[in-house]
Design a protein. Structure first.
Length: 236
């Protein structure tokens, strides 16, 4: 017999289901998150809305309580795993837009940093917008970015950092590009919660991307500018 207190996700109206998913994410309940994502999709929600309202907003609550010492690493890891399980369902849907290929980005989290949810989300959204993504994963030294960008003939190098102690490493990557005379060969985009525009400007990146949607728009804009410059140069 069913427990009287058992919550049947499919019977909740949208707003209560989303609130319940925030609780389930907080509690690291992977299967419930998967079920919630599927229910919202069946109800006709756009994948991007599920992502932002059910998952990213839930993770914000986790982040605030982590900051305030209410949650600790093991709980946050469980929440992150539940979030990733939900994102895995949305990934093919976000990538399925049939958008024409607009460019290639090598993206990774910088050396010393293992946070990858935001970077994964950026990759997913950019794939959906027609970019080819080469994902370097986490904890990347400068060589990973530069060797892969060269091998893959990438247009963009994207770096993610979530720690104030790891964000300065982005400058190491850009300075190495300058030393090697290849800075202008790539568009450099940076992102992550502790960054801001001033930081991006100070280290010599092309742009700071506040979130995944901004990353898509910025990448498209800078790619268009690059193509226009190349076309103008070809005309002489
Ligand atoms: Co960590 N952690 N964590 N953590 N963690 C933060 C970042 C922290 C702010 C929490 C807090 O105190 N409030 C804090 C950093 C404080 C600081 O530096 N000032 C912190 C800390 C301290 C730590 C540890 C040191 C804790 C410890 O061990 N004592 C440790 C560090 C490990 C390491 O990296 N060496 C650690 C570990 C972990 C977990 C492993 C438990 C887990 C990571 C799991 C994983 O990623 N697989 C974790 C998590 C989950 C977080 C929080 C709670 C959530 C991060 C997240 O996924 N957000 C985070 C709190 C917070 O950020 N408020 C926190 C959701 C995600 C969608 O947003 O990543 O910001 P975000 O990405 C956004 C944008 O920033 C942007 O677009 C994304 C999508 O919209 N963006 C880009 C990101 N990257 C981009 C790249 C681009 C463009 C845009 O390139 C083109």
């Amino acid at each position: 017999m069913a427990d009287d207190d058992e919550i049947i996700l499919s019977e909740l109206p949208d707003d209560e289901l989303v609130a319940q998913m925030h609780d389930d994410l907080y509690d690291g309940l992977k299967e419930e998150i998967e079920e919630g994502v599927n229910i919202l999709l069946e109800r006709g929600w756009e994948p991007y809305r599920v992502l932002t309202e059910a998952l990213v907003a839930g993770m914000k609550i986790v982040g605030d309580d982590f900051r305030d010492g209410i949650l600790f690493v093991p709980e946050v890891l469980l929440a992150a795993n539940a979030m990733k399980a939900g994102m895995a369902i949305l990934k093919p849907l976000l990538a399925e837009t049939g958008a024409p290929r607009v460019g290639k980005m090598v993206v990774g989290t910088v050396k010393g940093d293992i946070h990858d949810i935001g970077k994964n989300l950026v990759g997913m959204m950019m794939e959906g917008a027609g970019f080819e993504i080469v994902d370097l994963g986490i904890n990347n030294p400068v060589e990973n970015y530069l060797e892969t960008a060269k091998k893959e003939e990438a247009d963009i190098i994207g770096m993610s950092a979530l720690l104030t102690t790891t964000m300065p490493y982005m400058k190491v990557v850009i300075d190495t590009m300058i030393e090697q005379g290849i800075r202008e060969d790539y568009i450099v985009l940076v992102g992550g919660a502790p960054l801001n525009e001033d930081f991006a400007r100070a280290i010599g990146a092309d742009a700071y991307c506040r979130d995944a949607a901004v990353a898509v728009e910025t990448a498209k804009e800078l790619m268009a500018r690059k193509h226009n410059l190349l076309a103008a140069a070809a005309k002489g």
